[in-house]
Design a binder for this molecule. Structure first.
Ligand code: SF4
Length: 383
């Protein structure tokens, strides 16, 4: 896992700030521009061992860095690379992304998960075009005013694309700093998080900030791994408190355990005589917002009655299958597929509203499909 949970967007957009002073705290920063031994060692290591061939490092425009940073939240580099390349081929710049339909954007995102990221990218691109002259602003407050861009993501864009001194604190950086300084406690607690931000600010150098930023991300991803960190090859091992303790995996502190609730859902896989499957578009907000999915049937209702009431369709036959589990961030879904057929070519007064349609599984979907829905449909096709 490469990124912390999606950065929430709390800042308000004030256009005048986007073209002015871009320092969060100039007086403080002036006192912090000395390069610490940690940063020096990291920069030397980065020159020799840092990753330099990732697709978003080539032609590192603010737009490409932004898209890569959003994709890398919650997702590993190897998974992101093909998605990033396909996304760039379809949406090479902010204007193209802003012009595209949300369905098209979600289709290119399908499989990467955490779809709020794609919806926010699309919304932010439209705001950049409408309110910011079409270019990403080189200002932390303005960047943080955009949907889906929080403090760390804004800093990564500023450091990697604009070369500005800005400290990042993603999941990898939290792990490295918590271990190096022996910071106890779970980083989700505000006091621990605050301490890690202070350390991130302290180590971010005044010069070569892009190399340092890439270096600390690389260190966390390649040597200071979650399990079995490779301390023997680490450039900062000499002064690392976690390494000295002999138990580096003790840091960062674990999240207090809470049982994740399970939510039960029934999904209707309704097939017509032409072999098409009924899909519905999910509401924009909530789980799988804006994606195409299978209709949900309330477990307390009679299935035949529910289908007749909702779609004016009579079922020829139906059967349930054992549920599949799908973990989400805050709960787990238990999805029970109901395979059903109607004995008609389409059977409906063709769906007039654009939120419901018959989908031919031989063709590409009308938009993004959530991963478990795509899996259920593929499983049905392969029988
Ligand atoms: S010495 Fe080990 S624990 Fe410390 S930062 Fe390096 S890899 Fe991580």
């Amino acid at each position: 896992m490469r990124r912390q949970a999606l950065d929430a967007n709390h800042a308000r957009f004030e256009p005048s700030r986007c073209f002015g002073d871009n320092l969060r705290n100039p007086a403080r920063i002036a006192t912090l521009t000395q390069t610490t031994p940690f940063a020096r060692a990291l920069l030397d290591w980065c020159d020799q061992h840092g990753r330099k061939h990732l697709p978003w490092q080539q032609n590192a425009t603010p737009y490409r860095v932004w898209v890569s940073e959003i994709m890398l939240q919650q997702t590993q580099v190897d998974t992101v690379i093909p998605y990033f390349e396909r996304f760039m081929a379809c949406f090479p710049d902010v204007a193209t992304l802003a012009d595209a339909s949300l369905d098209e954007v979600l289709r290119r995102w399908a499989g990467l998960g955490y779809y709020a990221r794609a919806r926010n990218l699309h919304k932010a691109a439209q705001r950049i075009v409408a309110e910011m002259g079409g270019d990403l602003p080189a200002d932390p407050a303005c960047l943080e005013s955009l949907p889906g861009i929080g403090r760390s993501t804004a800093a990564a864009i500023l450091a990697l694309a604009f070369g500005q001194r800005a400290a990042i604190l993603d999941g990898n950086v939290k792990r490295v700093l918590a271990r190096y300084h022996g910071v106890d406690g779970w980083p989700g607690h505000s006091a621990v998080n605050r301490r890690l931000w202070e350390l991130a600010e302290k180590h971010t150098p005044g010069e070569r900030v892009a190399a340092y930023t890439q270096g600390i991300m690389d260190l966390g991803a390649t040597l200071c791994r979650r399990s079995r960190p490779d301390c023997a090859r680490c450039p900062v091992s000499r002064d690392c408190k976690a390494r000295r303790s002999g138990e580096p995996e003790r840091w960062p502190g674990k999240k207090p355990r809470t049982a994740r609730p399970v939510k039960h859902r029934q999904l209707l896989i309704l097939r017509n005589r032409r072999g098409e499957i009924l899909l519905e578009k999910r509401p924009a907000q909530g789980v799988w917002g804006g994606l195409w999915s299978l209709p949900e049937i309330d477990p307390r209702t009679d299935i035949e009655e529910a289908v007749e009431t909702r779609y004016q369709l009579r079922l020829k036959r139906w059967r349930k299958e054992p549920p599949i589990r799908h973990p989400l961030t805050h709960f787990e879904l238990s999805l029970t597929p109901i395979h059903a057929e109607i004995d008609a070519p389409s059977g409906v007064k063709e769906m007039a509203n654009r939120q419901t349609l018959w989908y031919n599984p031989q063709q590409s979907p009308p938009g993004g499909l959530p991963a478990p829905i795509a899996k259920l449909l593929a499983r049905r096709q392969n029988r």
